[in-house]
Ligand binder design. Sequence first.
Ligand code: WT7
Length: 660
Amino acid sequence: MSATEGSTELKIYQPPAALAGSAHVSGMAAYEAMCQAAEADYEGFWAGHARELLSWKTPFTKVLNESEAPFFKWFEDGTLNASYNCLDRNIERGLGDKTAIIFEADGGEVTKVTYKELLAKTCQIANGLKSLGIKKGDRVVIYIAMSIDGVAAMQACARIGATHSVVFGGFSAQSLRDRIEDTGAVAVITADNQVRGGKQLPLKSIVDEALALGGCDSVKNVLVVKRSGAAIAMTAGRDLWMADVVASQPTSCEPEWVSAEHPLFLLYTSGSTGKPKGVQHSTGGYLLHAALTTKLTFDLKADDVFWCTADIGWVTGHTYITYGPLALGGTEIVFEGVPTYPDAGRFWKMIQDHKVSIFYTAPTAIRSLIKAAEANDAVHPKSYNLSSLRILGSVGEPINPAAWEWYHQHVGGGRCPIVDTFWQTETGGHMITPLPGATPLVPGSCTLPFPGIQAAVVDETGKDVPWGQGGILVVKKPWPSMIRTIWGDPERFKKSYYPEDFKGKYYLAGDGAIRDAKTGYFTITGRIDDVLNVSGHRMGTMEIESALVSCTELVAEAAVVGRPDDTTGEAICAFVVLKRPRPTGDEAKAIAKQLRDWVGKEIGPIAKPKDIRFGDNLPKTRSGKIMRRLLRSLAKNEAITQDTSTLENPAILEQLGDNH
Ligand code: WT7
């Protein structure tokens, strides 16, 4: 079906009839009824789902506590255990022999674990952690590749009430050190190596390097999972092989029953200052939304094979690998490798081999696979049998309509709805998303709020703007899986998410949005703060600037902006003033490479600027403020049409526009 609006063709895709009739939420009337139920009795709505989807050791009697707003509490007098809910509960329901995880290694070897086996493994790790004195409330940093061990390590922490903080394997020793120090972790769980795209990356030696940088005295032990068997250094008294720690441990472990508000995990993400923030999530509210959104957004059913391609180092991997699908007793894929190895048909081959029915990935992956498929039929989805697919998902950044159409037609065979899920590390789970059996889809729009989520678009004063007019995305009511605080920095939590400008009333997402004038559908227009989104990875411009200026030998000043990029969504562009005369030609190229590597070492390869330009100075106002909007135009190589009359040094623009 299609409709025409003005001069632009607005395509609308209705849910396929079969799905509309059988989905957990069938048809728009069912969706609207859920929204109305939440409207009529907000606490009752969430409480009902919390009772239905989770097992409580002590049932909660209070639902929402707003007395210390914006530090909201949900289900606070209830106790539960996340790992019990994800594992034992399914076994008690008769799913013990059901496959929980199908793991495919980089090289293609497949390992499956059932719920019973995953529970046994989790309990052994949990008991091993306890044998080292690790207990409820301790923090454990996990720096490991995609693996069954990684998921089990997270579940094991949850089982004993330890708060995990997973650090993505692509972060550098310095970034890892910063996170270890901030959490005050007592242990680090890692692997000897990580294997991706046929290459080995030394995780354990990066942990060694991080700990040697200092400030990590809280760490008593490093537990090492054997992945590749490469020779690594072990520090006596500190480092232990995971296999030795768990060898004699029993395969059962009484769960530690914790309050619903107990911090299940900390996950670091970028903000608008140089220092990443440790987003703290709860146990009860978080797990509820993980389970509810997995059930409704993906319509997860008993015989589905669910595949979320995200890494467990990001929130998507937490919610839609470690917690959501397992809380529902689902079968899921965990993939160690990369989409382009051994070739760009890897995703399609895996969907075919494992009969994946729900596939959830990022636009940046799709865009790069489109390029590869268009150049080579052998890696085109049409060369594979993808008939097992019934639902597709997208996450992490806006999906452009062209990529959406390709994904829909070539991967989904024109029959699978695409759920374009908008959410954030801080929100714990989906916020604005279609429901596949209900919501008519419009490519490029994340459509409508998940039932119970009070998303709105407002102006600077917090007033609703009319549909059709852009504004600031907020959430008007607290929801169960929301961020509880920034670890160790409650003031920053308030300032970042409940600023005074909005009278502290609304959760500020940090994104701009616009609602369609007719349908009210949401389109996310991008970050309104100094945060970039590169290949779905969130990076703070200040963080990259700090990394650049920390190269004190070379760099005097640096400013970083984003620029649109066809494949990665945004690309990082850095403007740098050196402590030496402005380089040109080969010298500029060599220094740019040196700085790129420096940023790679300071933060991680994902933060390396794509474009580095040198100037004698940066464009500044007479009061010394860097004019970033000019830098954004320069980065795009677009003509400067803005008013430059307040600029102290207009001549600098020409220099910085010159892309050596
Ligand atoms: C930022 C959050 C959500 C898990 C992965 C990223 C952008 C996320 C969408 C989407 C448009 C999106 C936003 C958001 N974003 N999903 N479907 N459409 N933009 O989590 O690293 O916390 O990043 O990603 O800008 O604020 P994150």
